[in-house]
Write a protein that binds this ligand. Structure first.
Ligand code: ATP
Length: 297
């Protein structure tokens, strides 16, 4: 096999709480992660030139070691000299700097795909360790599905899948730096914390309405005052049938949960017309069945 095409899937957070700070400054989190069926295509091709090359469809993204997918390839190449040349092609659809783990999921796809096409024989556990050196969300992007993420995001517990529904994703045309949001959070006083334990119970009972009622993201308290359009998009989604709407990760992407596809599609139209967001997608939860990563060869 000389080439592999991998769907690198995005995530949303059904719940996101920050519970403290580690001595090294990293934030301790409790997050309910959900993979969604919105993805970038990552193509990995063996090449005869002994180097890593990367191209993407977005001209503002780095194509050198500043791209986290490139870093993932360099990490494996350093430990496995037999790798030789690697060509990476990333076709991005996941909004960038949006709280959807776009970079992390590209890195996870590269780790998974290179292990496969170069027959490196790296165990799942070791792959998770490589993933964590690249970023706190990368191990989850390898695991995928519905999971509780604790620690700095690396302690993962698989949960029952989120009940099926339609998810409307809308990214306003502003970029948010995850690092700055967490820094600003430290300067906040009393925070309102979302009920993550209640959400865990809701998932056990497969109760979508209760899960939605308990959704909350502590980071909204930082990002929303900076970008009030987030509130406007949430309101629009709820006015047009969303059971609930919330910001994902550090934002600014907003997602709404719908039980009816037709309502989600109609709400998408209203949001586009409002001009509040240009990147708007109707998608669904992705649930892991047998395969670790969905691939198309
Ligand atoms: P998270 O939810 O993990 O915080 P995010 O969606 O907020 O991620 P990314 O889309 O991963 O953020 O992008 C954050 C920054 O990383 C961007 O400014 C971008 O230039 C840089 N970057 C590096 N590699 C990639 C990549 N492969 N895809 C997207 N962004 C990348």
């Amino acid at each position: 096999m000389n080439v592999i095409h991998i769907k690198a899937l995005a995530k949303i957070n059904l719940g996101l709480d920050v519970t403290g700070t580690r001595e090294d400054g990293y934030h301790l989190v409790r997050m309910i992660m959900q993979t969604i069926d919105l993805f970038d295509w990552v193509t990995i091709r063996k090449s005869r030139y002994n180097k890593i090359s990367l191209t993407t469809n977005l001209n503002f993204l780095p194509t050198d070691e500043h791209n986290i997918a490139y870093k993932a390839a360099a990490l494996l190449k350093q430990d496995f000299p037999q790798i030789g040349g690697v060509e990476l092609r990333i076709h991005k659809c996941i909004p960038v700097a949006a709280g959807m783990a776009g970079g992390s999921t590209n890195a996870a796809a590269v780790l998974f795909g290179m292990n496969k096409i170069y027959h490196l024989g790296i165990s799942q556990r070791r792959l998770m360790e490589y993933a964590l050196t690249l970023g706190a969300d990368v191990p989850y992007c390898l695991m995928r599905g519905t999971a509780l993420a604790e620690g700095i995001g690396e302690k993962l517990t698989r949960l029952l899948p989120m009940p099926d529904c339609y998810i409307l994703v809308a990214k306003p045309p502003v970029s948010v730096s995850t690092k700055l949001v967490y820094q600003a959070l430290d300067a906040c006083g009393e925070l309102e914390h979302p009920p993550i334990d209640a959400q865990l119970d809701d998932l056990k009972r497969q109760d979508l309405c209760a899960l939605c009622a308990h959704m909350g993201n502590v980071l909204e308290q930082v990002t929303v005052p900076m970008h009030p359009e987030i509130t406007r998009i949430k309101q629009l989604m709820q006015e047009h049938g969303a059971i609930t709407a919330m910001m994902s990760g550090s934002g600014p992407t907003v997602f709404g949960i719908f039980s009816e596809e037709g309502q989600a599609v109609a709400a998408k139209g209203y949001i586009r017309t409002s001009g509040l967001a240009r990147q708007v997608y109707v998608t669904r939860p992705f649930n892991v069945k047998n395969k670790q990563i969905n691939e198309d060869q």
